[in-house]
Design a protein around this ligand. Sequence first.
Ligand code: DI6
Ligand code: FE
Length: 410
Amino acid sequence: MSLPARFDVLCTGLHLATLDGEGWGVVRDGAIGVVGDTIAWVGAERDRPRDVAATWSRDFGGAWATPGLVDCHTHLVYAGHRAGEFERRLRGATYAEIAREGGGILSTVRATRAADAGALAEASRPRLAAIAAEGATTVEIKSGYGLEREAELKQLAVARSLGRELGVDVRTTLLAAHAVPPEFAGRPDAWIDAVCADIVPAAARSGLADAVDAFCDTIGFTRDETRRVFEAARAHGLPVKLHAEQLSDQDGAALAAEYGALSADHLEWLSPRGIEAMAGAGTVAVLLPGAYYALRETRLPPIDALRARGVPMAVATDCNPGSSPTTSPLLMLNMACTLFRLTPPEALRGMTHVAARALGLADRGRLRAGLRADVAVYAIDEPAELAWRFGGNPCLGALRAGVPHFGSGQ
Ligand code: DI6
Ligand code: FE
């Protein structure tokens, strides 16, 4: 890349975990120069071109920079909470039982429908802000708590507007096939008809959805119903992803792979057949240790087999009120290592460039000239600390598309 006459932003005094090449891709005593929303120069301070001045610059005094975190699976736009359901589960009720009784996802649907866009934004803003405050610069947000056309579009519109407001790159996913809404109780097929004929087209027309997702499971939708949703997405030019093999093996990951899905997510019950299909299609495995933890699952996703077959593994919060009420991507790095036995660099890759790939984004997730200037800065002594610690937040702020967000309010 040719050097600019001037950097808009220059960050010095940083050790870099570039994630470029193998492992952490460490550059000690490094610097990053930005022009517009793009990294123009990155490398060791001693190699920095001296004749390029900067409009905004900061010396971070030996902090660490990583690529901005990418949280590629959240349901953070919702109203209400599910603490009562949590207490019931502590007394022995299961997630699936509560769902079958019309609680679970449907209780959040009632609260989300009742909230207007302003109230929904107010409820959801602190969650996006908390995720961003730990260094996330790109966040995916799903619908799926509206379960009627206008309420689904309301969720997606609120997600996009929160992204603009907070300066976070929000990617939206239509998840109308999350549960059967009360109006269609006992008629999942009729609901899928409406999703395919009305809601997917409306989401595509409005430009409010970047992808389409579905929940393929015993308390969600069958493989055949999921296939119909994927056909509708394909007809409207939208990429797909899938909640697959979370509570049972429905062979959903193989179906997702058949449709060239960006990702299949959860995967505790993933079969060898599903792994092969994902490896063949290049579908990313999104691991969600928060849901595994909160539901006290005991069956681990087949991490060793995924690794052996070269299936890329992403890590995300799954921020949602039922199975993963967390707003901490850093805690998920820890859980990915502690519970799922990823290595710390694997976990961070899983929340940067692999997660970006799960969103179809090739322009971010590493510190490299020419990529988007999404950079998180942490007050740590070495990068493995990000996964070692749980609780607390060492993030000093971030560049988001080249814009500095440091200090109070970030
Ligand atoms: N799986 C999940 O973990 C979330 N959705 C899904 O299909 C949970 C959503 C919720 O319980 O509200
Ligand atoms: Fe989810």
